[in-house]
Design a protein around this ligand. Structure first.
Ligand code: VGL
Ligand code: ZN
Length: 201
């Protein structure tokens, strides 16, 4: 029995160099994530999984460009390039990732009207993905997080995990971020640290 689980956040082609929403050095986390996988029995992967008409895509808002911010149904929303479309190669897990070791996949961002950075809840905290409930059923109390992107999906997954009562560690060497504004990644790490996430370097 184990009370630990590894959470692989959005290790998908579109977040790797050459992808639609490439995270700089995103590919470098894959071998590090594989090394972490070897030390866990319970491994969860989150998967950004958008329908083509998703409201976070700039292309679905005439006149808007990627990386502009809009109000989307009452929530502030950064507009992104079309990425991680359900069933498309960009949404698939990164090549080389030990996908055969993944215990369970939680998909998010499926509702076109709202984005979902966290693996636990959508950005309005309206609907649960079922991740917290599933982890508790397995007896999990402690989480190690890694993946992409530090300043979006990793950060919101970590903060929700704390709020759900899990002990949370972030493995920085297996994490990279977007840095839309310089310093975003450093600020995200500080926010996680000050909220109670143990930062492992
Ligand atoms: C992500 C932006 C849009 C992420 C997902 O995985 O951090 N970022 N969709
Ligand atoms: Zn997305």
């Amino acid at each position: 029995m184990t009370d630990r689980a590894l959470i692989l956040v959005d290790l998908q082609n579109d977040f790797l160099p050459g992808g639609a929403l490439a995270v700089s050095e995103g590919d470098q986390v894959i071998p590090v994530a594989n090394g972490l996988i070897d030390g866990f029995e319970i491994i969860v992967a989150t998967q950004d999984w958008h329908p083509p008409d998703h409201g976070s895509f700039a292309a679905n808002h005439p006149g808007k460009q990627p990386f502009e911010t809009i109000d989307l149904n009452g929530l502030s929303q950064v507009l992104w390039p079309v990425h991680c479309v359900q069933g498309q190669p960009g949404a698939a897990f990164a090549p080389g990732l030990q996908v055969d070791r993944i215990t369970k996949v939680f998909r998010k961002g499926t509702d076109p009207s709202i984005d979902s950075y966290s693996g636990f809840f959508d950005n309005g905290h309206r609907k649960s993905t079922g991740l917290a409930e599933w982890l508790r059923e397995q007896g999990v109390k402690r989480l190690t997080l890694c993946g992409l992107a530090t300043d979006y999906c990793v950060k919101f997954t970590a903060l929700d995990a704390l709020a759900e009562g899990f002990a949370v560690a972030l493995h920085l060497p297996a994490t990279r971020g977007v840095n839309l504004e310089p310093g975003d990644v450093d600020r995200a790490v500080e926010e996680m640290r000050s909220s109670g996430v143990k930062i492992e370097d």
